[in-house]
Ligand binder design. Structure first.
Ligand SMILES: [Zn+2]
Length: 151
């Protein structure tokens, strides 16, 4: 990310837009020269907050070349364990699509931790594999905890 790029979490974008709307609503009540300068600043701020025109799930805003969304509990793409300073991500998912002169490196990838899919078919196959693992883990738990109750 270059210094001209900005990033704002999607849930913060709504708050910033609301603040800009509030400022704009008060402009008729201020001196004309201040209102004119404020309108210019608001236009620049709205451009800086513009959502990504390429990927609807991109969390980068304003002018940018690298697109991404990183898993967080707030977007349902991260499972964490612990609290305070001991929070650890058990599983996270997200996407990246980075600018590159090499066309082979420009395609988007969906990641699950360190594994990456470059196509929907690859992603679906891996998610099916993970579902089987989770189902088997729940079945294992049912047996182990039931047996533990007999101990
Ligand atoms: Zn983007």
């Amino acid at each position: 990310m270059t210094s001209t790029e900005t990033s704002t979490r999607p849930d913060q974008r709504t708050g910033v837009a609301a603040i800009l709307d509030t400022v704009e609503a008060h402009l008729p009540h201020v001196a004309p020269d201040l209102a004119a300068r404020s309108r210019e600043a608001l236009a620049a701020a709205r451009t800086a907050e513009a959502p990504c025109p390429v990927f609807r799930d991109c969390e980068a805003v304003g002018p940018h070349h690298d697109h991404y969304l990183h898993g967080r509990p707030s977007v349902g793409l991260e499972v964490i364990d612990g609290n305070g300073d001991n929070v650890e991500s058990l599983l996270d998912a997200g996407f990246g699509a980075f600018s590159s002169d090499d066309p082979a490196e420009r395609g988007p990838v969906i990641y699950l931790r360190t594994w990456e899919a470059t196509s929907q078919a690859q992603l679906v196959a891996k998610v099916d594999e993970i579902r089987r693992l989770l189902d088997a883990t729940v079945a294992l738990g049912a047996r182990v905890f039931a047996d533990g109750d007999r101990a």
